[in-house]
Design a binder for this molecule. Structure first.
Ligand SMILES: C[S@@+](CC[C@H](N)C(=O)[O-])C[C@H]1O[C@@H](n2cnc3c(N)ncnc32)[C@H](O)[C@@H]1O
Length: 417
């Protein structure tokens, strides 16, 4: 394994992506995201950074922890970690796992290291390394169970090469979470970027000052200004976030069709959007129109949603190495012999009034709560033998409700690794 100094030397003398020098210099100046540092664990959770939750979402089941272990330990890569917000959560939400975070920007990594030091991230995991390295140069690092790469590949001159490099680092069954810009909801942003380029404001402090001045100077009714004020003003309050949005030296975006062509080249399977509610036509349609939408293929339905909702400004989704697993057997017989585990991404447990995985209020009725508690208190006990005054049909009905609400995860029969 190369030391980080050696790897840096390789990276700086011959960047693996032509955009690397400009992009790393940009993030040295504007480390992103600009979230404040704090002592102690990060607030709340994001289930997309909890590998157990991701696996349960993608595969429908979780492996039983290895023999003698009470939890799974994953090998996790944060590729393009920026100032470490995601790295911090990855450590706190995957206790006992080994986490490697890489980025090309020394400035961003300095903040990431300080963030993780103050939050106690390293104490949560078996190993935490935060290193300056391009995601294109990870050939010596072996394979990972899960890779998080949020808002990164669209800043490479050759995003396809980046995707292939990440795909090569994924174990069979491993999951990759990506976030990429979508054309539709970035129309105003791209116009503003274009205007600032024409005005030759640059990518530094002048750009920041003049970019903010532009959006304050345009008439209040101007579409670019209105959109910025209504949709993005809060998100771009921090200068680093404003720069990331309007002054970036290297970015691209995708339509749904180009996204599918892009991911198909990776050899990985598309394993679902990580914000599925955005792609649900029931959010916009009803009656016969909804029925027609529901009869479409997945791709046609996504195209429809892209057409109907011009505010979709990013795609966030999972890819998986290997074919998509078969749909889960949810028959009574299968459920009664299976074991279940409580989702760690619930706020307020133990209580019947919770915030669910998406931090939305979730109310369990008395019977659901009793079953969830029974699973939590008796790990490794199949549903059929849990000590509850319920017949088999009631157990299965309640279990299906709890699985749909993502309160519990089903475990596979076989032990992992
Ligand atoms: C928009 S920021 C996203 C940071 C973080 N993933 C997040 O969402 O909070 C993009 C980050 O990707 C990093 N980056 C760009 N190209 C990279 C590459 N080839 N290898 C590793 N990191 C890269 C940049 O330095 C920057 O910190």
């Amino acid at each position: 394994m190369l030391g980080s100094a050696q790897r840096l030397a390789v990276t700086s003398s011959q960047p693996s992506d032509a955009a690397t020098p400009a992009v790393s210099a940009f993030y040295d100046r504007f480390p992103y995201p600009g979230d404040p540092l704090q002592d102690g664990p990060p607030p709340g959770y994001n289930w997309r950074w909890c590998v157990d939750s991701v696996r349960a979402f993608v595969d429908g089941v979780l492996p039983v922890p290895a023999k003698g272990q009470t939890r799974r330990s994953w090998r996790v890569l944060d590729a393009g970690c920026g100032t470490g917000v995601s790295t911090d959560y990855l450590c706190h939400l995957n206790p006992g796992s080994a986490v490697l975070a890489v980025d090309i920007s020394a400035g961003a990594l300095g903040v990431a290291r300080e963030r993780c030091r103050r939050s106690g991230a390293a104490a949560q995991v078996s190993e935490l390394r935060i290193e300056q390295c391009s995601l294109l140069d990870l050939g010596q690092e072996g394979d990972f169970d899960h890779i998080n790469s949020v808002g990164v590949l669209h800043h490479l001159q050759e995003p396809q090469a980046g995707l292939v490099a990440l795909a090569q680092r994924l174990r069979l069954g491993g999951t990759l979470h990506l976030f990429l810009y979508a054309d539709g909801g970035r129309w105003e942003i791209q116009r503003t970027q274009q205007a600032l380029q024409l005005l030759n404001v640059g990518h530094g402090e002048d750009g920041l000052r003049l970019g903010r001045a532009l959006l304050a100077t345009l008439p209040e009714t101007n579409r670019l200004r209105r959109h910025h004020e209504q949709r993005w003003a809060l998100d771009t309050a921090a200068d680093a976030n404003f720069a990331d949005m309007y002054l970036h030296p290297q970015e691209c975006s995708y339509s749904i069709d180009r996204l599918m062509a892009f991911t198909a080249c990776s050899g990985l399977s598309f394993a679902g959007f990580s914000n599925p509610e955005v792609w649900d036509p029931a959010r916009l349609l009803e009656g016969e129109l909804l029925e027609r939408a529901q009869e479409l293929s997945d791709l046609e339905r996504w195209r429809l949603m892209e057409a109907l909702d011009p505010d979709i400004s990013h795609f966030e989704f999972f890819l998986r190495r290997g074919d998509q697993p078969e749909a889960l057997d949810r028959s009574d017989a299968a459920l009664l012999s299976a074991c279940f585990e409580r989702n760690r991404c619930l706020w307020g447990w133990p209580s019947a009034s919770l915030l669910g995985p998406d931090l939305m209020p979730l109310q369990l009725d008395e019977a659901e709560y009793a079953l969830a508690q029974a699973c939590d208190q008796a790990p490794g006990q199949p549903l059929g033998v849990l000590p509850l005054e319920l017949d088999a049909a009631a157990r299965c009905r309640l279990m299906r409700q709890l699985l749909d609400k993502r309160v519990l995860h089903q475990l596979t029969a076989a032990a992992s690794g």
